[in-house]
Design a protein around this ligand. Structure first.
Ligand code: GLU
Length: 514
């Protein structure tokens, strides 16, 4: 019988979730949904030294904001609860014990000083990567080297110990990674990792494998930084007798800095001018203890659907030209086979581009909502239908919702100055006369649509023996003060004929006077 697809996102709550982590969660979610399976959220908090308060809540809030839905987790519950490893502590020891009994793990009693001395000895002997492994363990104080009765005595006396995996000396460890193909590692490159710490807590490796097994995980999709741990995990599955149901591995490509020089780190974001976290994070500086704030996509005005679409493409592509995908379309089109092996470079312009596409595609009523909210905060009142007209007009110039209000300012404030370059080049008595004549006609204009206002302008200007091109730029500056902005006739139409006429008259009299 086919097993139900079950994937998990297994973050450690050591701080806010980096966008690389969000991408991992996203790919897990897409695969689960695509294959009709389940998505689990497991909190891997066995390393109490690295526990950061608030991080767990942050992770859940961030996933929710992104639209990544968890089927089983610490909030949702599920058949394999608890989903927080610290609450599963009593479950792990029996597996470490099982490994000791089957000869695949051992007690190690070495003190920190003895471990340091071992590393120093190996470094002095020019061993490039000093490790506790199949060779060095023979010279250390563990249950493989000490006489049995001494081991028993140490255990009876509750001497501190860790449990280590006994990695074979000469063996090829292989597994088929869904993204990388066959990965073959020689066991001499794998050290005797600690499985159980002296405080009785399992390490990441043991807890992760035990939980993936007990939670019936079918696919482990995680960042490339976990690839070096995978051979060890394969050994654990084998030694625990779980090889037949070992999950399939897929190690995702790294996320690089925009210039391609190395991994995008938690520290990069604010340094490089873009967020690396989905939500703003209020933390504490490790050295000074001062409060810190790191910017988030949500607070910077990114729409979750744009953020997710962008992230999906950092390492995956559908093989077509289509770039815009809703979550449902991503689910439909996603496949692990189309995830790239090579690292993906973070592209700040691309994420902005996505936001523009999603923002501009929103219904004008929704954009008007953003606009009204910002205007209200500025103490500006505006009827809803006018807000809709403005939003529809200025959205082409907006990347973020807050840009709508910025672009809308001209509707609520008359210009206080006029672009000097345009005035010095284009302003003259003839132009002033034509604009004054237009202002006079405006209040009685029958058609105040953009087209109507334009026709009226053409008529007035031509009756003065001029062409519309001679006045257009000056007219824009007279109405708005500046040279850039949305379609002028549309602006004037929203302002209304009366307000437009008054603005032109004010400009004419001020510029004549100056
Ligand atoms: N707790 C690990 C992390 O923080 C999980 C790695 C894995 O998915 O196996 O990323």
């Amino acid at each position: 019988m086919e097993r139900e697809v079950r994937v998990r996102f297994a973050p450690s709550p050591t701080g806010p979730l980096h966008i690389g982590g969000v991408r991992t969660a996203l790919y897990n979610f897409l695969l689960a949904r695509k294959l009709g399976g389940k998505m689990l959220l497991r909190i891997e908090d066995t390393d109490q030294n690295r526990f950061v308060p608030g991080a767990e809540q942050y992770i859940m809030d961030a996933l929710r904001w992104c639209g990544i839905v968890i089927d089983e987790g610490i909030e949702e519950g599920g058949p394999h609860a608890p989903y927080r490893q610290s609450e599963r502590k009593p479950m792990y020891r029996q597996y470490a014990q099982q490994l000791i009994e089957s000869g695949h793990a051992y007690y190690a009693f070495d003190t920190p000083e003895e471990l340091d001395a071992m590393r120093a000895r190996l470094t002095a002997a020019k061993v490039p990567n000093p490790q506790y492994n199949s060779i060095t363990r023979t010279q250390m104080r563990n249950s493989l080297t000490l006489p049995e009765d001494e081991v028993k005595q140490l255990l009876d006396n509750e001497a501190p110990y860790v449990i280590r995996l006994k990695v074979p000396r000469k063996e090829e460890i292989r597994f088929n990674d869904l993204i990388r193909g066959w990965v073959v590692v020689h066991s001499s490159a794998v050290d005797d990792k600690v499985l159980m710490k002296s405080d009785g807590m399992p390490t990441y490796h043991l807890a992760n494998i035990v939980d993936d097994h007990l939670m019936e995980i079918t696919h482990v999709i995680r960042g490339e930084e976990w690839l070096p741990s995978a051979p060890l995990h394969v050994l654990l599955y084998r030694y625990l007798g779980w090889e037949a149901t070992m999950p399939q591995f897929a190690h995702l490509p790294l996320l690089l800095k925009p210039d391609g020089t190395g991994k995008l780190s938690k520290r990069d974001g604010d340094k490089l001018g873009f967020p690396v976290f989905p939500l703003e994070w209020h933390g504490t500086d490790a050295e000074s203890g001062q409060p810190t704030v790191s910017s988030g996509y949500r607070e910077s005005g990114y729409l979750p659907e744009a953020f997710i679409n962008f992230l999906a493409f950092l390492g995956w592509n559908p093989g077509t030209q289509q770039e815009l995908f809703t979550m449902d379309e991503l689910i439909e089109n996603f496949s692990i086979e189309r995830v790239s092996k090579s690292p993906a470079r973070f592209d700040q312009n691309k994420v902005r581009w996505y936001n523009e596409q999603y923002l501009r595609a929103k219904p004008d009523t929704e954009l008007a909502g953003y606009l009204l909210e910002s205007l209200q905060a500025q103490g500006i009142s505006c009827p809803t239908d006018k807000a809709e007209q403005i939003a529809a007009l200025v959205k082409e110039r907006a990347t973020f919702p807050a840009d709508l209000a910025r672009e809308a300012q001209l509707f609520f404030h008359r210009p206080t100055s006029y672009d000097e370059q345009v005035i010095s080049k284009k302003w003259n008595a003839q132009v002033a006369g034509a604009l004054a004549a237009y202002a006079q006609e405006l209040p009685s204009a029958a058609d105040t649509s953009p087209e109507g206002l334009k026709a009226l302008l053409t008529q007035v200007v031509e009756s003065q023996g001029m062409k519309i091109g001679q006045v257009l730029q000056v007219l824009r500056v007279a109405v708005t003060g500046i040279t850039a902005g949305p379609d002028l006739m549309a602006v004037m139409s929203i302002l209304g004929a009366q307000e437009t006429a008054e603005r032109i008259e004010a400009a004419v009299s001020q510029l004549v006077a100056s």
